[in-house]
Design a protein around this ligand. Structure first.
Ligand code: MGD
Ligand code: MGD
Ligand code: MO
Length: 679
């Protein structure tokens, strides 16, 4: 998108879509209104320090001195791991990289993780396990334009990535769009024309659907056996594992009719351009990694991956959902998607940082576990938050709040007073996207330059400055550049030889490529021209082959009490994430002022609830107030809540801090609740 800087301070900034192959000049509603946030009344322009229970304006020097002395004292008393860092997938690559370096070198803590654990972790783990490399889409998104069959599981792109819909025009016209969602989402509605299909299994039943589809592909002789033999290992185990999932049994477990299952399998096999894509609906589960793996297995059995004109991919979430997971904010990771447990990776990064590898801490703990340690005597005593509103977006939000309350020190960097910042001891006001230079990496592994379009308000600082300043006050080794271009150069060097290799890139090169409309897809080692399509010759594992991994369902429908419904949570077009930003934009608040719970009319009638009436949704963890929105587009056993609202309307008061054992992704999409008429 392009920002038009105002001629004078009184004129508002405007935003317009730039012609770009990914979005074709399109922007979603949040994009068009994003400029309003730049001048939001709640914009923070001075540090805040809590005194006598209240956050009060303070000078930067005072805030820095306080943070550095408290961090040193806590570290001295309780050890380096008593200090933790929570990052965000919205940070630029430069910030994410520097945050990881800051945690390891300035704080010497192993405890850093980020909100991508809530977002991309299961797809990332499945991709890494199967292909050896985790890049959301191993092909340019424009490849989808020529598809004639797309199986889209648990993704509501029409609301969450509106510009992407343009790439579905071809497949919709061909009647090949197949959407799997327990709700008739805006995206599922796109299947109405042209003969597309919408499958609405119970929440969490996708794994069984995928096993069933793979079973049919094998039973009907539609598998690509040559491809499986030449390019993969593990097929036999997968063949055995799906043998028990014959279509009638799958119908019994998921409610999807046998004829529909067969039709889907045949369409995918027949397609001349077939893609399988997943979103948070199938990934944010305690078996999300295995579900994504089942989707990958189906794609491999059909011979789709690593061939031009077909493929598997996952749709990235936050602005820098891809780049944010590559350069060291993850607890087990060093820049370039390197492993912090691997001696060679440690040595390579330590050399760039000019330190002995021995000073680098080992792997830390993933986000949900980290949040569970907050305030514990032997756990985390101080937390620094950069780019996440965890008290609204973390699972079991009441427990997260209790943890934050029990800390000795909470420091939040933000540009608005989010619900998490409201709980802080120190809040530092930072620059936001339009006010700084940097890079982001999009869902197709394409590194994009983000340009500064206006001057930040007086009083705010860039996070790069803040981290460098604190690092020096804490006596950290290494150098701490603050210019985004220099930080990028260091990131590029540290990533050289890693899976996500950026070593051939620089801000200057990206600027030149932007002018010539050349795309920079990683891996982009020095001397190369990047990699738009991965896996054409070989996969990322040492033997070059993809792994099929046999998976089985864990979350078969069990233990539902009479009257219980399954709560699924997700997004609305008009709001972004925890709502910290969008709940401050009047136009968006007018469109979606409060949490509405989608209920089937038959369910509502049984419960004595009318459209627009207040409801109370509860379980053992908490209760949420919402307004009923009756729609025949949702299953009768399911209720949907957006997670964009705070306070009594916060959906995460109900979700559980249970995680996927492989990815540590929390369960956001399958929570048992009861619903009753509210006051
Ligand atoms: N407007 C808007 N756009 C956004 C965001 C936002 O907050 N607002 N956030 C961004 C981010 S960070 C992300 S991660 C992406 C997320 O983008 P999506 O993955 O599209 O978002 P969700 O709404 O979380 O979930 C998608 C769909 O999954 C369905 N679903 C729920 N449970 C299940 C299930 O068990 N199985 C299946 N098959 N489907 C299920 C829901 O009904 C929902 O329609 O969006 C990005 N874009
Ligand atoms: N129930 C339920 N919960 C969910 C989900 C769900 O589907 N259901 N989805 C999960 C997913 S996919 C995600 S991604 C998370 C998102 O949820 P959060 O991690 O809370 O993300 P945001 O609401 O975007 O919060 C980002 C905060 O950082 C600030 N910020 C933005 N940019 C910067 C920056 O550059 N620096 C700093 N310091 N601050 C910045 C914003 O103002 C905002 O306050 O929620 C997760 N939680
Ligand atoms: Mo996300």
């Amino acid at each position: 998108m392009t920002l038009t800087p105002p001629p004078d301070a009184a004129t508002p900034v405007t935003v317009s879509g730039r012609m770009f192959p990914t979005n074709r000049g399109g922007l979603c509603k949040k994009g068009w209104t994003s400029a309003e946030l730049l001048a939001t009344p709640g914009r923070l322009t001075t540090p805040l320090i809590r005194r006598d229970g209240e956050l009060r304006p303070a000078a930067w020097e005072e805030a820095f001195t306080l943070i550095a002395s408290r961090l040193s004292a806590i570290r001295h008393q309780d050890g380096p791991d008593a200090v933790a860092v929570f990052g965000g997938g919205g940070l630029t690559n430069e910030k994410a990289y520097l945050l990881g370096k800051f945690a390891r070198l300035a704080l010497a803590t192993s405890r850093i993780d980020y909100n991508g654990r809530f977002c991309m972790a299961s797809a990332a783990a499945a991709g890494k396990r199967a292909f050896g490399i985790d890049r959301g889409m191993p092909f340019p998104v424009t490849d989808l334009d020529d598809a004639d069959a797309i199986l889209l599981l648990g993704s509501n792109v029409a609301a969450t990535m509106p510009p992407f819909i343009g790439h579905l025009a071809g497949v919709r016209a061909a009647g090949g769009l197949i959407v799997v969602d327990p709700r008739r989402s805006q995206t599922a509605q796109l299947t109405a024309e042209g003969g597309g299909m919408h499958l609405a299994p119970a929440p969490g039943a996708d794994l069984v659907v995928l096993l069933g589809l793979t079973h049919i592909v094998l039973a009907e002789g539609l598998a690509d056996l040559d491809y499986l033999g030449a390019r993969t290992i593990g097929f036999d185990a997968v063949r055995r594992s799906v043998s028990a999932w014959w279509p009638e049994r799958v119908q019994e477990h998921t409610g999807i009719p046998v004829a529909q299952l067969r039709e889907v399998a045949r369409r995918l096999a027949r397609g001349r351009g077939t893609y399988i894509l997943t979103g948070r609906g199938v990934e944010q589960h305690v078996d999300g990694t295995d579900t994504a793996t089942a989707a990958i297995n189906l794609a491999l059995v059909l011979g789709l991956v690593g061939r031009p004109g077909s493929g598997y991919g996952t749709l990235t979430g936050q602005g820098n959902g891809q780049g944010g997971r590559e350069h060291g904010q993850k607890c087990d990771q060093l820049p370039g998607y390197r492993s912090i447990a691997d001696p060679a990776d440690r040595a390579a990064v330590a050399a760039v940082w000019g330190v002995d590898p021995g000073v680098l801490p080992g792997p830390g703990v993933p986000a949900v576990e980290l949040l569970g340690m907050l305030g514990r005597p032997d756990g985390v005593r101080a937390l620094l938050v950069h780019g996440s509103n965890v008290v609204v977006s973390g699972p079991d939000a009441a427990a997260v709040r209790a943890g934050l309350d029990a800390l000795d020190l909470l420091v939040v960097c933000d540009f608005v007073l989010s619900e998490t910042a409201e709980l802080a001891d120190v809040v530092l006001p930072v620059t936001q996207w339009a006010e700084e230079e940097g890079t982001m990496t999009n869902l197709e592994g394409r590194v994009l330059r983000r340009r500064r379009a206006l001057d930040p308000p007086t009083g705010v600082r860039s996070e790069l400055d803040i981290l460098a300043d604190l690092a020096q006050r804490l006596g950290a080794p290494s150098v701490w550049p603050t210019s985004p271009a220099e930080v990028f150069d260091e990131l590029a060097r540290a990533s050289a030889g890693g899976a996500a290799d950026y070593s051939g890139l620089s801000h200057a090169l990206l600027d030149a490529q932007l002018a010539d409309d050349v795309a920079a897809h990683w891996p982009y080692p020095a001397g190369s021209t990047g990699t738009p399509r991965l896996f054409l010759e070989r996969f990322g594992h040492p033997d070059g082959r993809a792994r099929l991994v046999a998976v089985r369902p864990r979350a078969l429908e069990t233990g539902r009490e009479v009257g219980e419904l399954t709560l699924i949570t997700g997004r609305l077009l008009e709001h972004y994430q925890s709502g910290a930003q969008t709940r401050r934009v009047p136009e968006l608040v007018t469109a979606q002022p409060r949490a509405r719970a989608e209920l089937h009319p038959a369910t509502a009638a049984r419960l004595g609830i009318g459209d627009g009436e207040p409801v109370l949704i509860r379980n053992a963890r908490g209760s949420v107030e919402a307004t009923a929105l009756l729609t025949a587009g949702i299953r009768i056993d399911t209720v949907f809540l957006p997670f964009h609202f705070a306070g009594r309307q916060c959906a995460n008061l109900l979700t559980e801090a249970a995680v996927d054992p492989i990815s540590a992704m929390p369960e956001f999409k399958r929570t048992l609740v009861t619903v009753e008429a509210g006051a």
